[in-house]
Design a protein around this ligand. Structure first.
Ligand code: LRH
Ligand code: MN
Length: 388
C-alpha cells in the first residue's frame, strides 16, 4: 500500500502558482462583466493572490503578465509581494495586443515588427532580473487565417531566430517556457500549434527551453496525459497552465469540466517523477473567473489540483506495475480507478490542519471578511483587466 506519510509530505510540498490576471475583470468578446472589489493595481492583485496562499498554504507565488502588471520598480513590487507573504513568479510576455502584431510578432514578415517583438521579450528578462523570477513564459498568438497567407516554413525560421536570441540572453538559472495553442486568435495556422512544434523549437533553442502544456489548448479528445508523459520522458516538460474547458480555450476552473482528465494528467506527473522540485515542472493556473467571485474561484482551483494530486499519489504503483507486467488489463485499470474513486477530502483536511490551516479554505476565506474590506476600500480608479 502507498505510504501515507510520503503522500502527506508531497501534498505539503506542492506549489501552485497563481496568475495575476485571474483577479482582474475578464470575459469574452461578448462581454466583460465588472465585479466589485476587483484590484486596480499589480499590488492589489498580489494582495488577493496572497489571500489564496493564506488559506491554502500551497500557492506561494504569483505569475505576472507584462504590460498588464507593468510598474516603475519591479524590485519594489517583489518587496511588496514578500510583505504579503508571496513571491513573484513566472513573467508572461505579451506580443498579442498591439496593432503592429496583426500579421504576427516574432513570425511577422516585417523585420521591424519582429525586432519590436523581440525587444519586448528581452525586456521581460530584464524584469526577471529585478524580480528574481526563474521563468519567462512565451505564448505567441502568431499564425495565419487563410492558406497561402504566409510561408509556414519561413515563419518557423523567424520563430527559431527569435527564440535563439531569447535563449542567449537568459541568465544561468533562468528558463524560457514555450506554450503552444491549437487555434485562436489565428484560425488556419498557429505558429506554435502543438507540443511537437513547441518541442522542436525548444530543442533547437537550447537546454534552457522547455514546453508549457496549457490544458485548454488542444483539440477536443486529445490525450493530454500522453503529451505530459512524453515531455517528461524527454526532459522538456517546463510546466502547466492549468484550467479546464468543455469546448475551446474556455479557461474555466481546473478540474471543473473534467476532473478525471486532471487526475490522469497528475498520474503521469507522479509516475514520471514530475512532482520533485529538481525536475522544475512549474504548476501554474491560467484561468478567468468571468462570472464567479475570483478569490474563492482561485481557492477552489488550487483545491481541485490538490485533490487530483492526492488521488494520483494514492495509486498503488507496485500493484499497477505488477498488473501491467502481467498483462492484467482490468486489474491495472482497477488500480488506477481505485485511487481515482478515493475520497481524498478528509486526507487534505488533515494535511491543512497539520499545516496550521483551516481544513475548509473556502469557508475560512468567507469568514475572514477580506472581500467586504476590499469592496469598501477599492472605490474609484480603473479595475484591472486584460487591457484588450
Ligand atoms: C493564451 C494564454 C497564455 C496567456 C494568456 C493569458 O490563450 O493561455 O498563456 O498569456 O492565455
Ligand atoms: Mn496559457
Amino acid at each position: 500500500m502507498t505510504d501515507r506519510s510520503a503522500v502527506v509530505a508531497a501534498l505539503k510540498d506542492q506549489r501552485i502558482e497563481l496568475p495575476s490576471w485571474a483577479f482582474g475583470n475578464s470575459g469574452t468578446r461578448f462581454k466583460v462583466f465588472a465585479q466589485r472589489g476587483v484590484p486596480r493595481t499589480p499590488q492589489e492583485k498580489i494582495a488577493d493572490a496572497a489571500e489564496v496562499h493564506r488559506f491554502t498554504g500551497v500557492a506561494p507565488s504569483v505569475a505576472l503578465h507584462i504590460p498588464w502588471d507593468r510598474v516603475d520598480d519591479y524590485a519594489a513590487l517583489a518587496a511588496h509581494a514578500a510583505g504579503c507573504g508571496v513571491a513573484l513568479g513566472t513573467i508572461n510576455s505579451n506580443v498579442f495586443q498591439d496593432d503592429d502584431y496583426m500579421l504576427g510578432s516574432v513570425c511577422n514578415p516585417d523585420p521591424r515588427v519582429r525586432r519590436k517583438a523581440l525587444d519586448h521579450l528581452l525586456a521581460c528578462i530584464d524584469i526577471m532580473d529585478a524580480t528574481g523570477s526563474r521563468d519567462l513564459k512565451l505564448w505567441f498568438s502568431d499564425g495565419t487565417n487563410y492558406p497561402g497567407q504566409d510561408d509556414i516554413r519561413a515563419r518557423q525560421d523567424r520563430l527559431a531566430e527569435a527564440l535563439a536570441a531569447v535563449h542567449a540572453r537568459l541568465g544561468p538559472d533562468q528558463r524560457m517556457l514555450l506554450e503552444y495553442k491549437l487555434f485562436e486568435p489565428a484560425f488556419y495556422t498557429m505558429d506554435v500549434p502543438d507540443w511537437g512544434t513547441a518541442y522542436l523549437q525548444c530543442v533547437a533553442a537550447g537546454p534552457k527551453a522547455a514546453v508549457v502544456v496549457d490544458t485548454g489548448h488542444h483539440a477536443p479528445g486529445t490525450n493530454i496525459e500522453f503529451i505530459v508523459a512524453s515531455l517528461l520522458r524527454a526532459g522538456r516538460l517546463g510546466g502547466f497552465d492549468f484550467n479546464s474547458r468543455f469546448y475551446a480555450d474556455d479557461d474555466l476552473m481546473v478540474g471543473s469540466a473534467d476532473p478525471f482528465q486532471l487526475f490522469r494528467i497528475m498520474a503521469e506527473v507522479v509516475g514520471g517523477g514530475g512532482l520533485s522540485a529538481d525536475l522544475g515542472v512549474a504548476f501554474m493556473l491560467d484561468q478567468c473567473h468571468n462570472i464567479e467571485p475570483k478569490i474563492p474561484g482561485q481557492i477552489r482551483s488550487v483545491m481541485n489540483v490538490q485533490e487530483a494530486t492526492a488521488k494520483a499519489l494514492l495509486i498503488d504503483q507496485a500493484a499497477l506495475a505488477a498488473a501491467q507486467a502481467g498483462g492484467d488489463v482490468l486489474g491495472a485499470n482497477a488500480v488506477l480507478m481505485d485511487a481515482y474513486n478515493t475520497d481524498v477530502r478528509p486526507l487534505l483536511a488533515d494535511v491543512r490542519a497539520e499545516m496550521g490551516l483551516d481544513p475548509d479554505p473556502i469557508a475560512a476565506y468567507a469568514r475572514s471578511g477580506y472581500f467586504d474590506r476590499i469592496v469598501a476600500e477599492r472605490v474609484g480608479g480603473q479595475a484591472a483587466g486584460w487591457g484588450a
